[in-house]
Design a binder for this molecule. Sequence first.
Ligand code: PLP
Length: 288
Amino acid sequence: MSDIAYVNGAYIPIGEARVSILDRGFLFADGVYEVAAVIGGRLIDNESHLSRLERSLRELRIGSPIPVSRIAEIEAELIARNGLSEGLVYLQITRGAAAEREFGFPTEAAPTFVAFAQKKNIIASPAAETGVKALTVPDLRWARRDIKSTALLAQVLAKQAALEGGCQEAWMVDQDGFVTEGSSSTAFILTGANVLVTRLNSSAVLPGCTRKAVQLLAEREGLTVEERSFSLAEAYEAKEAFLTSASNLVLPVVSLDGRPIGSGAPGDTSRLLRRRYIEWATNTSRTD
Ligand code: PLP
């Protein structure tokens, strides 16, 4: 964790950063968040993250405490103050702290805005070389997964199940046996016919920013991308699988529930798309 956080207008050493115990983010998970990668001191694909943030706020009727253009300035300031070259910027907006704990929206509360930076090796990731193992769990989340809400308990349990099972990610499966997404990533498979498949965006999944960029890059490579549900059986039979997220870019998934995917090693298409994403991120998606 880097040292300087942002809390409601002030840059503060992270150990001193505080919000109220009556903050609705703390009491009800009544808030939204975003995570953007930083490479070479610059935010990657940040416009996409900020437009998703605006949408999440709108869907929950939380007012943005500051205009979105100012948010990018705060993120840049955090990167500078923390001397961050590679890592993540996390930001969270909640409905704020009311005088009392009441379920209904308070009239008097001002939204709370916090942000901090975190160092992480994003490009030189050992997991990108070896691939990661995943296991599947039932998708226990609420029905508005398109909102990037801080209510992440089902994902916390899913990730913990993965870790306890010797895996790095959990793929969540809906009641009909179709994969929705990873606990903190979008799920892709490559079929035997070389078609990339990822779930159609809907209220069942978070619309991944990395997914969107990777889809475009895959199509540029001449690959067909089908946005549709895929079953667990289809995932087991896939030629390749990978996950996408701001913090991991594109990561090959080499086994699912203990069964090797394809050869059990990172596949050519997953590796190619990771390379293309890094090229794209470091050349074209700078938002400075
Ligand atoms: N799906 C879920 C549930 C996530 O939590 C995340 C990222 O945190 C993603 C997908 C990937 O989204 P993005 O590529 O915008 O990071």
